[in-house]
Design a protein around this ligand. Sequence first.
Ligand code: UGY
Ligand code: MN
Length: 253
Amino acid sequence: MDKIKLTALSRTTVERNHALVTGDGFVNSVVPGWTGCEVNVVISKAMGAGFSQLITTMTSNGVLEGETGASQLFFYVLEGACTVITSSQKNRVEKGSYVYIPVHEAYKVFNSEEGTTLLSFHKEYEVLKGVSKPGIIINTQASIEKTIYCGDPNLLMQNLLPDENNLSFDMAVNIFTYNPGANLPFVETHIMEHGLLYLQGQGIYRLDDKWYPVKKGDCIWMAPYCPQWFGALGVEPAVYIYYKNVNRLPEIM
Ligand code: UGY
Ligand code: MN
């Protein structure tokens, strides 16, 4: 039997109001100050998004050094471990840990285990008059409570950033767990944007009027007002981590 791989095939698709980006198409970028690593800019303004989503794999000599400037930086450790230095702290973080660094902060990530992989979201901070910017957060997913979503005990939500009662934050990052067979209770259509990475499992995502089989490792961008729905398939829970812009909705005209 002939086993030639068809290299012209990919599930990746980039549409006007959504994208599915799978790892087989990743091509590395050079980010000044980030050395000894492979950086994939999976979602960005170049695509039409209002934020960036990166997946970075570090060697044991990898160093990510810079200043956040106008964009805040959130990263989640997908694999491995590394050390993070900010103006006020030095911490060792490992798989399942996450770090939020507000705007205009120097940072250095180094001393990584070979293959350490980070998912990061970068968003320009929108100042809210009279409200101070958030502080640095270093925490673990395991310490965050799972709450029932939309009254369905098979949908579990973890809010990694304190978005709902803290107007300092203009972005949320959540981890959403669907038990086998669970699904979003309705097709959401909202002004907020999403960037997403599958951490576990598989299912079917509806984006606009298209339906995509998705699995661990896949990334999705959803533009504002992109109709969206997900149903989990298979025998293990489907889990994704996602970004959402919050707390800065426009004035109602
Ligand atoms: O928070 C959300 O809007 C979330 N339920 N959306 C999604 O999972 N596509
Ligand atoms: Mn949504």
